[in-house]
Design a protein around this ligand. Structure first.
Ligand code: KG4
Ligand code: ZN
Length: 352
């Protein structure tokens, strides 16, 4: 079955065409137009600016995807689009475009949950993930741990304030680094790892690991960001010092990785999970990938993480989720998808 995916929930305008057959996914074309250069100057996403950029890009991105694939709309069996969670004005651009295509071309349409899609990115290369699985989604808007079985999803914990990616982004802003903060912090942290002992001894800071030992699976990252803010305010004279910035970047990354890893492993043990699924933009972080992979190996548990380009927002993960969701529908539910264009709504707070 050939599926068109459309994603506009945040700051990437994305389209993809995949082929799903016998539980296996083949990505035919994947296009992502990032708005990073547009939002960089504000140090974060401005919703109104994001929506306008989506409007400008959505048709060119879909056209480019078809061009790369060699397909036309007549080859598409199902259209899928993110309908939440996300920024409502951004979501609407993808949804209304998908509805128009579905109505005019008489192709069934399915709304997809963006968070579920992050997890499903793991299924592109690995259709047979062993259940139960513990999933950690860490993105710019969400940090959530859940227990994922074949047809059920139970949230075990989530962030009480900032998401892990948001913490990377806000910390980077305090330190005068670019947007998005995750990749910037991680580059500086790498430089710090390679520093000499003499320099490391000179800038010896430590940051809190919020809620690392709490008796639940919740997170809190806003205190970490505030600790960095106080450190920056107390050391204004050092903010131009590259070693100071590298040292705090390293410590921030360590704090986030340690908290995420500890809680994920705790859930894995408690629920005797057979696998761990990491996903979301922060899953692109090499230290997090390596730390969790190592821990999972030591427990003899399978560890999955999508390839880098499928960690951050993309539409292949949307179309992949559509394939698996569609497979679970009965005949009358499948028929109803011919009318989704009449009813599909954006839901900014959609839960899995
Ligand atoms: O999943 P995503 O593309 O968008 C949302 O759904 O939020 O995640 C974006 C987030 C940003 O906060 C960005 O800083 C973070 O993912 N990120 C990273 C890395 N690459 C992207 N965080 C840490 N290390 C990275 N290499
Ligand atoms: Zn996302």
């Amino acid at each position: 079955m050939n599926i068109l995916g459309i994603e506009t929930s945040c700051d990437e305008t994305a389209a993809s065409i995949i082929q799903g057959k016998n539980g296996k996914i083949n990505i035919i074309a994947n296009t992502v137009a990032s708005q990073i250069p547009i939002h960089k100057k504000y140090g974060g996403i401005v919703p109104e600016v994001a929506a306008r950029a989506h409007i400008k890009k959505i048709i060119p991105v879909i056209e480019e995807t078809f061009k790369k694939s060699g397909f036309s709309l007549s080859n598409i069996d199902l259209i899928s689009v993110t309908h939440g969670p996300g920024l409502v004005t951004s979501l609407l651009v993808g949804i209304e475009t998908a509805k128009a295509l579905s109505f005019t071309k008489k192709i069934p349409l399915i709304g997809i949950n963006h968070l579920k899609a992050h997890i499903r990115a793991n299924f592109v290369k690995n259709p047979n993930i062993p259940y139960p699985a513990v999933s950690l989604i860490a993105s710019g808007g969400h940090t959530e741990i859940s227990l994922f079985k074949k047809n059920s999803y139970k949230r075990l914990g989530q962030t009480r304030d900032d998401a892990a990616g948001e913490c990377f982004d806000k910390t980077a802003k305090i330190l005068g680094l670019g947007y998005p903060g995750g990749p910037e912090i991680s580059k500086k942290a790498k430089k710090w790892e390679d520093q000499t002992k003499a320099i490391k001894d000179k800038f010896d800071f430590s940051l809190p690991r919020p809620m690392i030992n709490s008796d639940n699976f919740d997170f809190s990252f806003s205190g970490l960001k505030t600790a960095v803010l106080y450190l920056a305010q107390d050391n204004k004279d050092k903010l131009k010092n590259k070693h100071f910035i590298q040292s705090i970047s390293y410590e921030t990354q360590q704090a986030i990785v340690e908290v995420l890893t500890k809680k994920t492993i705790k859930a894995t043990k408690k629920f005797q999970a057979k696998s761990i699924l990491l996903s979301g933009g922060v899953a692109a972080n090499k230290t997090l990938r390596q730390t969790l992979a190592k821990k999972a190996k030591s427990l003899d548990i399978e560890f999955f993480v999508p390839e880098f380009k499928l960690c951050t927002d993309n539409a292949s993960m949307i179309a992949t989720t559509a394939y698996f969701d569609y497979k679970n529908l009965n005949k009358s539910e499948k028929e109803k998808l011919n009318h989704t264009w009449e009813t599909l709504q954006a839901d900014p707070n959609l839960k899995i």
